[in-house]
Ligand binder design. Sequence first.
Ligand code: SAH
Length: 239
Amino acid sequence: MQSGMVYLVGAGPGDPDLLTIRALRYISLADLVLYDYLVDDRILSFVREGAELVSLGEPYTGRKLKQAEVNERMITAARSGRVVVRLKGGDPHIFGRLNEEIHALKDAGIKYEVVPGITSASAAAQVAGISLTDRQNASAVAMITGHLAFEHDATLPALDFKKFADFQGTLIFYMGIVTIKHWSQALLEGGMDANTNVLIVQNATLSNQKIVRTNLINVEQKIKEENLKSPAIVIVGNV
Ligand code: SAH
């Protein structure tokens, strides 16, 4: 572990047992830890005494620092010789704004290392007792952000959800709860079978974990009935 360096670390789905040994090592040696709202308190307890701990808040509703400010904090701290850990939920490679941070660090000439983590989809599959692939039924997996099913972010390219209706494998939706109506209808309009299995796992691996099984035609109603909220993974397919 080197001073003046930034570690972009995956914290896994929540349960501290699902941290990698490398992640644990870096977290426990860091001088500054900037963490996302999905990182569990039990993981933050590994941060050493005297280290600075900064919460970045919840995206959309409670973001405390803008992306540019997060980048600036990391760069300034690394330049002053501190060891920085940027702790992200799950695997930073999946919907983790990794590129934005890597580009900023590269432009600033700061050395960095990325530590992969267990993504929440793998954890959701494990707690529900399913596989995400299957030799008979699912030879492919798509990881999709449901966030783009709303047209509220005009700066990002739109995703044509209807196209996923013929996908020959498992669809995994991250950030898909709020936009469920939009993307589930798009799949149905695209011709996907209304009886396709849907599995929803909220707070996978945490004490308030909830697992709900339904099908495509009923998923929106079921999410309302069960009062399911983010963070949740939605898995669509016949695995
Ligand atoms: N990099 C993360 C994903 C970040 S996007 C990863 O690899 O898991 C945030 C989304 O991740 C949430 O909206 C939710 O869909 C999912 N998520 C994160 N932690 C979760 C958990 N413990 N249980 C269920 N879903 C989770």
